[in-house]
Design a protein around this ligand. Structure first.
Ligand code: C6P
Length: 410
């Protein structure tokens, strides 16, 4: 299961907390290797969300009654949990629907407001569409230009090119912490530091980072940090935007409606204080509480052990991949988290995925919402096995048994 018996016992216990891992798929035990798309949920999260609807459900921040008080307290406690998780202040944490909405919020409320013709936004060639398209919208509206930092062949950012591209016109640097398609981990603290020296505002897409290692926005020094609840053992439809107070104060509201106002008249309205200025309408209260429970659950694990286990599983999978004839790994950056992206000679990634599914192995195939990255490699897509804390060496073996069978079919 794991090379180390102590870690093995920890992972066996931890797997028991995820009911879905006991599912059968196509008559086989589920081997879930699609964790970059979404992670599974532990009992702690399922319990809290069920409890919310059974014993607390009501609208937050609005009513004088007891239930609303309970819901509001749990909702704001969850915000505090996120703030502690990222080492931020509570009012710098905004609830969103996910990473996508968090980035759109910044592109709209900061980008469109601040950018002028001739300004530049710098992203990398490994970005998810969510960290490309919102900036294209902002460029169309303002006349700013999108510049792209190229990658080295191994899937790392070309840091020399990054430094060359940074200049006095660079207003925003938006980069992913970890690539969802390759697993490459970017040296974000260093890149943010350089971007700040050039006078740019920085946004980090943390969608693929928070489930794998601790994130401290003070140490990173970034202005914005975005992530999705569902990729860190929490519910779908729930995300986070951390924003530095001074910038959030300066930005106009995102949407208009209830909750985000201080006063409304037909002539003019004024805005609520942070973070509520950015949270129009009834929020996803159960989602926020579920996300808080997920982060509490993760924080209460021995994260060093989990990181060592994930590194072991990725290392083992990479070894097996290298020993597999006809398999080509896409992305072997020196700093990687739990993603193994690959192609099989003569096989379309989609067919490989379907045949693996028939054997109970769930992977994602295709461009992984990174079409420009696939173009960079001259490929239509990859097969992606994305591991999480609960995956094991045995499951890696199941993947490679499956791959051998696929090779005989195709
Ligand atoms: N990547 C994947 O299978 P949302 O959909 O808003 O929760 O997350 C968007 C997103 C943004 N940035 C990165 C780096 C991501 O990986 C994702 C989501 C999933 O890789 C679904 S495409």
């Amino acid at each position: 299961m794991s090379a180390n018996p102590d870690i093995q016992a920890t992972i066996e216990r931890l797997r028991g907390e995820f009911p879905i891992l006991r599912e059968q798929v196509n008559g086989r035990p589920l081997v879930y290797l699609d964790n970059a798309a979404t992670t599974q949920k532990p009992e702690a999260v399922l319990r809290v969300m069920d409890h919310y609807y059974r014993e607390m459900n009501s609208n937050v921040h609005r009513a004088a009654h007891e239930l609303s008080g309970r819901a509001t307290e749990a909702f704001e406690q969850a915000r505090q949990t996120v703030a502690d998780f990222l080492n931020a202040q509570r009012h710098e944490i905004l609830w969103t629907r996910g990473t996508t909405e968090s980035i759109n919020l910044v592109a709209q409320c900061y980008g469109r407001e601040q950018l002028r013709e001739g300004d530049e936004i710098l992203i990398t060639a490994m970005e998810h569409h969510s960290n490309i398209v919102p900036w294209q919208f902002a460029c169309e509206r303002t006349g700013a230009t999108l510049r792209v930092v190229p990658l080295l062949d191994n899937g790392s950012v070309d840091l020399a090119a990054f430094e060359e591209l940074l200049n006095e016109r660079t207003r925003i640097v938006a980069l992913t912490h970890v690539s969802n398609a390759l697993g490459s981990v970017n040296p974000v603290a260093d890149m943010v530091h350089k971007a700040k020296d050039a006078g740019a505002v920085t946004l980090v897409d943390g969608a693929q980072a928070v489930a794998h290692f601790g994130v401290d926005v003070q140490k990173l020094g970034c202005d914005f940090y975005a992530f999705s609840g569902h990729k860190v053992f929490g519910p779908t439809g729930m995300g986070v935007l951390y924003g530095r107070e001074a910038l959030l104060e300066q930005m106009p509201p995102y949407q208009g409606g209830g909750e985000m106002i201080e006063t409304v008249s037909f002539e003019r309205s004024t805005w609520a204080e942070l973070p509520f200025k950015f949270e129009a309408g009834t929020p996803n209260t159960a989602g926020a509480i579920g996300l808080g429970a997920a982060l509490d659950w993760l924080t209460n694990q021995d994260r060093k052990t989990l990181a060592a286990h994930e590194a072991d599983v990725l290392g083992y999978a990479t070894e097996r991949a290298r020993a597999t004839e006809g398999l080509r790994i896409i992305g072997d950056a020196p700093m990687k988290t739990s993603v193994l992206s690959f192609l099989l000679d003569g096989a379309h990634p989609g067919d490989v995925g379907t045949l693996l599914d028939q054997q109970g192995v769930a992977v994602r195939t295709g461009h992984h919402c990174c079409m420009p990255l696939m173009e960079r490699y001259g490929i239509p897509g990859t097969v992606r096995a994305a591991f999480s804390v609960y995956n094991t060496r045995d499951e890696v073996d199941a993947l490679f048994d499956g791959i051998e069978k696929v090779k005989t079919f195709l």
